[in-house]
Design a protein around this ligand. Sequence first.
Ligand code: FES
Ligand SMILES: [Fe+2]
Length: 388
Amino acid sequence: MAKTEQDIKIRNDEVEWEPRPTLGSADYASAEVWEDERQKIWWGEWICVGRAEEVSKPGDYVVRDVAGESIFITRNDGGELRAFYNVCSHRGTKFLDDIEGTQSVRKAFVCPYHAWAFDLNGQLVGSPNVKEDEHFDRADHPLYDIAIDTYAGFLFVNLTTGGPKETLLESLNDGAETITAFDRFKMDELRVGVRLVYEVKANWKIVVENYNECLHCPQIHPELVQVIPLFRFGEVWDEEIPDDGNRMMKGATSFTQTGESPLPTFPGLNPEDLEMYYGTYQFPNLMLNLHPDCAMYYIGFPKGPSHTTVVSEFMFRPETIADPELFKPEATVEFWDLISKQDWDVCERAQTGVSSRAFTRGVFPRQDRFLYWFNEEWRRAMGRPTLG
Ligand code: FES
Ligand SMILES: [Fe+2]
């Protein structure tokens, strides 16, 4: 998807905003649109699935669900990342279980059905009782591989049949916002110190839309609007501040309820970063929050039209995590957990309402203009006409 004039217009804070329509009921709730999205977005775009640190050594692997396709990510002996469908090339068996967290094999993945073995590059290296001869060549039956790349330590896969339409970097720089604006946070060096997982009974786009607006903030997040005063006015960005930063309340040095935290600040930041909150959305499923001492992200894994698993991970400097005297993330994690649960509650209410026969489509006032841009990006990804 290329950046359009409209992206630029909305980005530059269109002044003469006319209320625009939201997506329709079926877009949030129907099985047909979900099926179409799986094909065009979840299996047609670069999708964030985790962090490279999860597979740090050869043979480490994680199993992930991408809109109903089970895949796994591993690292080969040369240290390169590889991703494959969790599907045996013999008779199609799903051969790895859906276990949370990092697992490890020494040299090969063995299918539990007929014990065919695949090496860390997905090559078939063992097929008991099936001898290699002129009629059977193991080289003809590797695992089905998937494009994988990383940026700032995030793992992205692309399941497009025939290969990605664009590089990861092109895709990251396509939208109105991009995680590539925050290299100074050195996210590739950060490590996950805390992980929370939420099961949200709402469409993934409702979760994204909730993330990208703050009209709900004064009502839903009384604690948050204390810390980020701009949010009191239903706004999400201050045109005066670069990178869509939002200034924290006076004197705050950390994203916690009191504005204070014992966590050490990240090295190498700009002086103004020390009093900012930055939130960035990367289509379709990465929502990144940067603070002076912690980086938290949500990764949305849709499980159907009305269910999204949201993984929320908190990253810190590795030397901070390693030092029990320094590693005191509780205040940050508790604050975010409070905000997250407040959000999921209204997302679930929204999902129920948009599924009603009464709802056809809603309206985006000016403060929701970023949601409209997201909908336009979604329409382009879905091959639908944009509304302009
Ligand atoms: S299906 Fe996997 S070894 Fe037969
Ligand atoms: Fe919220």
